[in-house]
Ligand binder design. Structure first.
Ligand SMILES: [Zn+2]
Length: 129
């Protein structure tokens, strides 16, 4: 039996419990203990970019005539296991549960994120309406 070339597919495309706009606490690295807001979620690699945190200075060499050399500061992605969501309701760092609850104007049951500490629905700051 011919062995197919292995594809690097993720076992499951994990849905991140953390979304853009969430406040998180950083658990590791030089920004340990600091809070920040998610500016970008990267579910493909299970990482998030926290605004103004995990900043790395990058030295850029001049490339031809188009790019100037110098130092730029860049927020590097942090693995989701290294941050913890801060509950919008009780302000505690928490893990997230999922639940179906009636939400919105029509009170239709929707899957929401629930704080494991206080049991309240964690507000999704990017969701419109
Ligand atoms: Zn809570």
């Amino acid at each position: 039996m011919a062995v197919k070339q292995k594809e690097h597919k993720p076992l499951h495309l994990a849905k991140l419990n953390i979304k853009k706009g969430d406040t998180v606490v950083i658990l590791t690295g030089k920004d340990k203990g600091k809070e920040g807001t998610i500016s970008r979620a990267l579910p493909q690699i299970n990482k998030v970019i926290v605004e103004g945190r995990n900043i790395v200075k990058k030295h850029i060499r001049p490339q031809g005539q188009t790019q100037q050399g110098g130092v730029i500061e860049k927020a590097m992605p942090i693995h989701v296991s290294n941050v913890m969501l801060k509950c919008t309701e009780c302000g505690e760092r928490t893990r997230v549960a999922h639940d179906r609850r009636p939400m919105g104007a029509d009170q239709k049951k929707r899957v929401v994120r629930v704080c494991k500490k206080c049991g309240k629905v964690i507000q999704d700051r990017t969701r419109s309406s």
